[in-house]
Unconditional design. Structure first.
Length: 346
């Protein structure tokens, strides 16, 4: 589906006509397609591009939505049809922005979600190249002792931004299923643990793994499932105190029907700060963060758990959390067991 039509007249059989990112002053900060002349312009330029009227009432509605920080839907009439202008709050590169979408009224929510994924992935791809060049340039500098601290600060910032961009790219790619492999959950968990071993040791966190060797295999994309385990482990580490404990365990769940293959359930349990009940339903939302105050202690971008849920979903599984404030959290997910396991039971 094209993001932004090049035609000046509003017309599309696919339903999505245009999408741009805007800041709190309704200035355009990001565009897609062949409409780069709008970049740096205002929302009025977006309307002009599609031969639509933009007046005080439309501007008032958009500004009210930005002040309230909520999604807004505005009906706009063209010569051919009635359109919806949707304003969706989002956070990109630690900066609050809004995604402005012009669409036909009967576009589905799934299509809106797809456009949100794609705009993030496309912008991220464009930014990865200069970030990679900047990082490589810093690595070849031979700093003096006085310059060492400044160089280290700059490198840490670039590494953090690079990680964010790669997560955004992965969000766009995760919707593309890859060839499945037959995998052992224990090996997937061990691969993820090796990637975070240094962080675990520096925080003096004890990780206990309890996964039976005869647990049925699962079918999936190995790289994606290793990343899934890494996301959950990183989340557990982030919210656990130094010297805390993390437990990884798995079990086979019998099928609901006699002809089913059952599911493999995997859990990552920590001794961290826990999650309030009212937050638990939203923690898998894109860009949602529990620690949202100006003096944020734990950092992060609100991408990790959303990405974890996306990976589980394309593998036909489910993910959930069980938690109590002050007593830690347990994140669990299920994956369909591979075929040919009739004689393999725990």
């Amino acid at each position: 589906m094209p993001w932004l039509k090049s035609e000046r007249k509003v017309h599309s059989e696919e339903g999505i006509y245009g999408a741009v990112l805007v800041d709190s002053s309704l200035n355009i900060t990001g565009v897609l397609g062949d409409s780069e002349e709008m970049l740096g312009g205002s929302v009025s330029d977006f309307f002009t591009y599609f031969n639509l009227d933009y007046g005080e009432e439309e501007e008032r509605l958009l500004k009210d939505a930005i002040i309230n920080g909520k999604e807004a839907v505005i009906e706009i009439s063209s010569d051919k049809e009635t359109l919806n202008l949707i304003l969706m709050p989002t956070k990109l590169y630690d900066k609050k922005q809004w995604l402005l979408i012009l669409k036909r009224r009967d576009v589905t929510l799934d299509e809106l979600e797809e456009i949100k994924h794609n705009i993030l992935a496309n912008i991220s791809h464009e930014l990865l190249t200069p970030i990679t060049i900047a990082k490589a340039s810093l690595e070849i500098i031979d700093p003096t002792q006085e310059e060492e601290e400044i160089l280290s600060t700059a490198m840490n910032a670039i590494v953090r931004l690079e990680k964010l961009l790669r997560d955004l790219v992965r969000i766009g790619q995760i919707r593309e299923p890859k060839k499945a492999q037959v995998l052992k959950i224990r090996e997937v968990a061990e691969d993820a643990f090796r990637l975070i071993k240094r962080i675990v040791e520096s925080r003096r966190i004890n990780i206990e793994m309890s996964i039976e060797d005869n647990l049925p295999e699962v079918e999936g994309d190995r790289d994606a499932l290793v990343h899934l385990m890494l996301l959950l482990l990183n989340n557990a580490i982030k919210f656990s105190p130094d010297g805390g404990k993390i437990k990884i365990y798995a079990r086979w769940r019998a099928p609901e029907h006699s002809l089913g293959r059952g599911m493999v359930e995997v859990c990552v349990e920590d001794t961290g700060i826990g999650i309030p009940p009212e937050e638990q339903e939203r923690i898998f939302d894109l860009f949602y963060q529990i620690d949202r105050g100006p003096s944020r202690k734990y950092g992060g971008t609100g991408l990790g758990l959303f990405l974890a849920k996306s990976i589980v979903t394309i593998h036909n599984g489910k993910i959930w959390v069980e938690s109590e404030p002050g007593r830690g959290s347990r994140f669990c997910f299920t994956l369909p067991a591979s075929s040919g396991i009739e004689k393999r039971r725990l």
